[in-house]
Design a protein around this ligand. Structure first.
Ligand code: NDP
Ligand code: OXD
Length: 309
């Protein structure tokens, strides 16, 4: 069996060594133009040329949860695409989002500024029931995040495409549930995949529906958020601020107004990192299962290309 590795912005050597150890007997090589035809591919944001040359693949494994960098390309017809299914990301995402929500709710930014100015001062505690959190996307990551937020007794609601039940979380679904979801939300967390249906979903008219003092946590993709609308709504006082991990252009261009906005906290697309060992174990396990006859349809993380995630 031959496995080809084509991951942009990724140090190939440790992945190749890990994959070789996990799949003894397989030929595993980094892709170069003109490389021999492989059975499986392990990819992250590959160039179109890679997909055009490797049309015979039996399956493509993405070393991330989001597949938007692939669905915007011409994929070889009929080749199944499998994304990471958690692989250690959901606990990181829960940490990140709980941290962002709690930092905002407990006004830790203001306390840090006071301490830096040598001030010993108290703020009136906020009331938790005034800070309902709405999680858009109740998949692998969103569900874990919603459950983690419940552990801190925040009122939590979630929104997904199909109807869901998550203990302690008020669930809304589809277009019919979207407006009620937004108007019940004060802190909005985005954990949707980027698809034509979800692109620009956080824009002026949707963000205006949040409860007064709304706050945005975007940990999904930059394309979900209309940057100028967010800034205008924060500057007008309708929104209290945002924590952003993902951007339309990454790295965030030096002149982008997010960099210096006092009410926006930025991180460099790091909320849930791909963990190499976990990811190799998951991908190799799936390749072994396929080799022993398991059908693609029963693999967790199989992408539905019609839905785009
Ligand atoms: P899943 O596919 O497990 O979950 C996606 C969720 O979004 C599902 O609940 C789905 O609904 C819902 N959804 C999709 N389209 C719509 C729609 N049109 N309307 C309403 N709900 C919709 O994905 P993951 O949880 O694994 O990952 C989510 C995203 O997080 C990834 O696509 C990626 O972009 C981002 N991500 C970011 C990282 C970072 O470091 N910043 C790291 C990892 C992922 P349904 O359940 O009904 O299908
Ligand atoms: C992912 C990501 O999709 O890292 O996994 O953003």
């Amino acid at each position: 069996m031959r496995v080809t590795f084509c991951c942009t912005d990724t140090k190939a050597q440790p992945w190749l060594e890990g994959l070789k150890a996990a799949l003894p007997g397989a030929e595993i090589e980094g892709w170069k133009p003109g490389a021999p035809a492989a059975d499986y591919a392990v990819v992250w944001a590959p160039p179109q040329q890679f997909l055009d040359e490797q049309k015979q693949l039996k399956g493509i494994f993405n070393i991330g949860a989001g597949v938007d960098a692939l669905t915007k390309l011409r994929l070889p017809a009929g080749v199944p695409l499998v994304r990471l299914d958690d692989a250690g990301m959901s606990v990181q995402m829960a940490e990140y989002v709980c941290h962002a929500v709690i930092r905002h709710f407990r006004e830790f930014d203001a306390y840090e500024a006071d301490v830096a100015a040598g001030k010993w001062s108290y703020r009136k505690p906020s009331t938790r029931s005034d800070f309902p959190v709405g999680v858009m996307g109740l998949g692998v990551l969103g569900t874990r995040v919603a459950q983690a937020l419940r552990q801190f007794d925040f009122p939590v609601q979630g929104w997904s495409r199909s109807a869901k039940t998550v203990a302690g979380v008020q669930c809304f679904s589809g277009d019919a549930g979207f407006q009620d979801f937004l108007s019940a939300t004060r802190i909005l967390v985005c954990l949707l995949p980027l698809t034509p249906d979800t692109e620009n979903i956080m824009r002026r008219d949707t963000l205006q529906k949040l409860r007064p003092g709304g706050y945005v946590v975007n940990v999904a993709r930059g394309g979900h958020l209309v940057d100028e609308d967010l800034i205008a709504l924060i500057d007008s006082g309708h929104l209290a601020g945002a924590t952003l991990d993902v951007f339309r252009t990454e790295p965030l261009p030096p002149a982008h107004p997010f960099w210096n906005h006092s009410k926006i906290t930025l991180t460099p697309h790091t909320s849930a990192r791909t963990l190499r060992d976990e990811s190799i174990a998951q991908i190799a396990g799936k390749i072994r299962a396929l080799s022993s006859g398991t059908p693609f349809a029963s693999l967790a993380g199989l992408v539905d290309l019609k839905k785009g995630y």
